[in-house]
Design a protein around this ligand. Structure first.
Ligand code: SF4
Ligand code: SF4
Length: 434
């Protein structure tokens, strides 16, 4: 099976494309209160949930088009656990190998109740019986009360701690999913402001380095072995109106100015190596480096493959969009689409959605090698930091077993990253702006 996947992947890359990935917003119903998201339960709008039989047509169309990865997102997908499990099984039977879903963790409340363990055993067993490859649990802060207050889900952190060993008994290793925000490290919002209220990038970066350290230590202490960081999806009001995926917000704690973003990404890039030997961390440092370069005015990085190889299907009418944010580009129904006829040249860098931006950067050099080997070599020689980070990311992804959350972390393999040279360490921006 692994060989078949690898051959399929190589064939697609050789054809100049990345194996397609589709994010299906199964529902926009949600029971949480997250300030960072317009789908929070208190927001009034007409909610929709897809109809499972119609999603099966969609999955058939995906399989015909060689889609390799499918994510069932929300809203809160676990509000429809039976349907999502059935659809994941259907997608597995259709031959789609990378199947993902996640939760805000609402069902992990009440860990002191007598039925808690039985309930979690039942959910873990059902997930284990499905072909789900990745299962994420959202966490917004290293400080449990801050996370629970933001989500409106009291007691959920204790439940996570108690549930993770149960999931492991069934061979399911959930990942912690951080939506990067100013409360990542604790209840005091990070601003980088000096006492005279001026912005100090050094202070901001230092504060975020501590926040990310606190966060990674926290998820490790809870028992997670895998973790992802969603880069902030704060949009200006006009842009937010265009989004078809309402997981955006204009709340201050999730909004970052462009001036702040390179420092924020640099802090994350700096801290990741400290935790790579102990956690499987999705965030590729090469992609973070590219985002930093982009915010510093370098337009040469790899564009996002949203609308080329990656797509979003909305919960309202099951239409396909290039992503959740280019809501003005409705591509219609998937079964009417010939993906190979869509523009094969990626161009968009309008946002930092890591689901699409990270793999676009990771696969970027491979595709470039195929279309223009000289250009690819020139790029790697020109930006040696990127080259070094990219090769290291590839080695690290391999050591992580390509983030197969149905397998335990291989500590021996990850331990080899203990001596990681911090190729683009804390000095990168300081030097550049000195
Ligand atoms: S971030 Fe997720 S859990 Fe929170 S309101 Fe939005 S959809 Fe619901
Ligand atoms: S960069 Fe953002 S807006 Fe552009 S295609 Fe990718 S996800 Fe969509």
């Amino acid at each position: 099976m692994k060989d078949k996947l690898a051959t399929g992947l190589l064939r697609t890359l050789f054809g100049g494309r990345i194996p397609p990935q589709i994010v299906i917003q199964y529902t926009d119903q949600c029971n949480a209160a997250c300030g960072q998201c317009a789908m929070r339960a208190s927001n009034r709008f007409n909610r929709s949930t897809l109809e499972p039989n119609r999603v099966k047509w969609l999955i058939d169309a995906m399989a015909e088009r060689g889609v390799a990865a499918i994510s069932f997102t929300g809203g809160e997908p676990m509000l429809h656990l039976d349907d999502v499990l059935e659809l994941m099984r259907y997608a597995g039977r259709a031959g789609i190998p990378y199947i993902r879903t996640g939760t805000n963790g609402f069902f992990l409340r009440g860990s002191d109740k007598p039925d808690f363990e039985a309930r979690i055993h039942s959910i873990a067993a059902r997930l284990a019986n499905s072909p789900v490859r990745n299962f994420w649990i959202s966490l917004d802060s290293a400080h449990p009360e801050t996370h629970e207050k933001n989500r409106g889900l009291p007691g959920v952190v204790k439940g996570i701690e108690k549930a993770l060993p149960i999931f492991e008994q069934y061979g399911v290793y959930p990942s912690a999913n951080l939506g990067v925000n100013r409360l990542t490290g604790g209840p005091e919002p990070i601003t980088g402001l000096r006492s005279d209220r001026t912005f100090d990038p050094e202070l901001f970066s230092r504060q975020f380095r501590s926040a990310f350290r606190a966060f990674y230590s926290f998820v490790e202490s809870l028992g997670f072995t895998m973790v992802n960081a969603c880069y902030p999806m704060s949009f200006e009001d006009a842009q937010a109106d265009r989004a078809v995926y309402a997981a955006t917000s204009v709340e201050d704690f999730i909004r970052f100015r462009n001036e702040e973003k390179p420092w924020l990404f640099q802090a994350l890039l700096d801290v990741i190596p400290e935790f790579r030997p102990r956690l499987r961390i999705f965030s590729p440092r090469s992609a973070l480096h590219e985002l930093i370069q982009g915010y510093r005015g370098d337009s040469g990085g790899f564009a996002c493959r949203g609308g080329v190889d990656f797509f979003f299907v909305d919960a309202c009418n099951m239409d396909v969009y290039p992503c959740g944010y280019r809501g003005e580009e409705n591509l219609g129904k998937l079964w009417d689409l010939d993906l190979s006829k869509l523009n094969a040249e990626p161009w968009c860098k309008q946002c930092d959605w890591e689901c699409f931006r990270d793999p676009s950067t990771l696969f970027g050099p491979m595709l470039e090698f195929r279309s223009s080997p000289a250009k690819a070599v020139r790029r790697l020689l020109k930006d040696r930091t990127f080259a070094k980070l990219w090769f290291e990311d590839l080695r690290y992804y391999r050591a992580c077993g390509y983030f197969d959350a149905r397998r335990p972390m291989n500590k021996a393999k990850l331990g080899r990253f203990r001596k990681t040279d911090n190729a683009a360490g804390p000095s990168q921006i300081e030097e550049a702006t000195a």
